[in-house]
Structures are given as structure tokens and as C-alpha cells.
Design a protein around this ligand. Sequence first.
Ligand code: UT7
Length: 328
Amino acid sequence: MCEEKKVGIIGLGAYLPEKVLTNKDLEKMVDTTDEWITTRTGIKERRIAKPDEATSDMATEAAKRALKAACLKPTDIDLIIVATITPDMFFPATACLVQEKLKARTVASFDISVACSGFIYGLAIADQFIKSGAYKYALVIGAEKLSSITDWSDRSTCVLFGDGAGAAVLAPVEKGGILSVYLGANGSEGDLLKLPAGGSRIPPTKKTIDDRLHFVKMNGSELFKHAVKIMADAALEVTRPLGLKAEDINLVIPHQANIRILEAVGRRMGLSKDKIYLNIDRYGNMSAASSAVALVDAVKEGRIKKGDKILLDAFGAGLTWGAIVIEW
Ligand code: UT7
């Protein structure tokens, strides 16, 4: 019998805009304090893209860095997936714009819209295409310009988000790679986090702009409860088929939504704090870019060694969730 192909990450790259917006800066913009933001979220600062810098620009830069790390050229790539809820425009897909900016071949290129779970969904899709033998090299990018859909007069959301991009090149590998994937969604709770207008349900009008319906609306405290349960359950579901226990995981790379969510997930999983990777203090919540950038940073900081088993775990609007175990 043929042995199933193993698929791994052979190159990673991230791009963060230069501009830093600190909690102190936000104190001057809305009725908030550094103390509230730090203790309630764990965020100290976030990056903000330039006005003329769009999601595809950040995605392309992250992709170039990932390709360099993988020692590949853009023309080697067979598939481009961009996970984003802040595409440059409704269409064409941001992945097509990235393809053109990279000068890649005319390969399959598409976006996925599953919010903060996007990078993990993207890895899962690429895993299937490579495992099936359809493609050899896939580029999966999580990229967001959340500052473009943030209501800068709403203190309950504007302190949370940041901009950035992370990219991974996937390919067949001899050993390790993606061991297990678990994805899910629950559309019945979709109202908890959404951008109400601009689509076919509520097309843009002067009134939708006046009513600020083109910005993120979020029920934070309800989402918080779902996030803790769903991320802990997803960790269990993805490790169960492998017979792994929490102590067998070397590092959890979670979606960086809120430090209190991640601490609660860690307690539920019985994980020590040092096994949960955090960079939320530097970047805030970057939706689909969060777990991608966290993975890049964890590798850069030497937190992941060859042979380690790492768990990516994310939750977001939809609701959607995804977890993946990778042997490095
Ligand atoms: O990316 C995946 C999806 N997102 C999430 O999973 C986010 C999940 N939710 C959260 O992270 C938290 O719910 C938040 C950080 C958004 C909010 O924290 P919380 O502890 O749930 O606060 P809250 O919404 O219950 O608000 C508590 C108080 C309120 O004041 P009152 O009504 O008690 O007087 C808010 O008005 O904190 C107030 N508040 C603020 N105060 C200062 C809300 N935002 C701010 C702020 N500065 N920026």
C-alpha cells in the first residue's frame, strides 16, 4: 500500500508595518487607559499600515520572505491561498493580486474568509492539495489591515486590533509535518462578531456610512466565553486521534485574541504558561495574520526545535475554529 504523503512547512515569513500605536497613544483618542488595555487584553501596542499600504502589499512582503526562507522562487509555487477579512477589495481576490505582485505563474489563487481561523484553514486546504499529489509547493498567507475596518471612536474594539501578515510555504516532507487537523464552524453565533454593511444584505449607502455600519461590531464578553471553550475543545479534538496528551505538546501557538482567553485555555488543557506562545503585547489581534505571525516569531526566537510537536489553535468570527498539530 502507498504510504500517505507528509506535508510540512519549509519556509516562513512575516511583515509588520513600521508604525507602532501604543496604549498611551490610544489614551489620547478614546476614553481608555494603558492599565485597562494591558490588564483586560495583554496588549501594549499594535502596528498600523500606511494609508497607501493594502493587505496584498503586506501579504506579498511576507510571502517573499517565506519563499526566501524556503529557498524557492515565486515561479516554483503551485497554489496561493490568502486568508483575510480585509481584502484589498471584494474582487479580484487578494491572492490574485499577490500572484501578480510576486510574478508567480498563473496558478490557482484564492482567498478564504474565516476570520481569525483563516491561517489554519489555509494550511488545512494546502495540506490536502499537496497530499493528493495535485500540487507540490503551496503558499498560505494570513494578512489583515484591520485598521481599515476599525471604528476609531469605539473604545470597546479599537484597542484590540492591529495590521500585519504572515506566510508559510508548504511542501512534501520526509518526516514529521502536519499530523492532525480539526476544523469547525457555528453559523448560529455569527452575530457576535461582524461587519454589518457593504455586502449584498446591506449595500453601502450614505446612511450605512453615517450609522458606522462599515466597521467591526463585537459582543466581546459573549465571544470570550465561546473562545475559551472552543479553543480548549479544538485542542482536545486535534490531539485525540494522535493519542497525544497536553504534556506531549512542546508549544501551543494560539490565535492572539486576549491574554486572559489564552490563560484560561491553558488552565483547561492543564498546560504550563511557558508552553503557550504569546506576542499579543506587541501586535494585538491581527485576525488571520495572528497565528501566522506568532508561528514566525516563535521559530525566530528559537522556541521551536526540530522534532517538536506544536499545536496551532484559533477561533474567530463565523464562528469558526481550527487546530492543527505539526511535527517540526
Ligand atoms: O479574535 C477572535 C474574536 N475575538 C475575541 O475572542 C474577543 C473576546 N473578548 C475579549 O477579549 C474581551 O471581552 C474584551 C477585551 C473585548 C472586553 O473585555 P471584558 O472584560 O469582556 O470587558 P467588557 O466588555 O465586559 O467591559 C467591561 C467594562 C465596561 O464598562 P462597564 O459597563 O462595566 O462600566 C466597558 O464599557 O469595561 C469598559 N470598557 C473599557 N474601559 C476602558 C470596554 N472597553 C474599554 C476600554 N477602556 N478600551
